[in-house]
Design a protein around this ligand. Sequence first.
Ligand SMILES: [Zn+2]
Length: 134
Amino acid sequence: MMPFQPLDRDQPDVIMMCRNCQAEWLIYEQQIGLSMPCPACHSVVHPQYQGRTKGEGHGCQLSFSTFKRLLNTPDTSAEFIRLVEHLLDLRHEGGLCFVNVSGHEVEAEEAHYRIQSQEASQGAMYNRAMNIIR
Ligand SMILES: [Zn+2]
């Protein structure tokens, strides 16, 4: 899978804590909801959210947990999924699975990272999400 390539304007400001060794480290807003290895003890667990270094008020980033939730929200998911398909030229295969024009599977995590690595698509997704959540 493609590594996450965040925009320059996005900085890791979300504090997470390892449930195993209590080490704290910073992640990007977009990575909230992903399980990831602890940099200290390397156990792969869902880290625990501790807050933000700069308080609220971030840019147009969308957490992975919100992305996942919007893909699965009845009534609004169809509209949200169409946007993802349009932004990345993908087709939704149900659940968290998309395929590209060659028929290769693209996981939701990768789709999310791709959208979040481009300013225009990140903004489009943020606006759509805010319209749905509101
Ligand atoms: Zn740890």
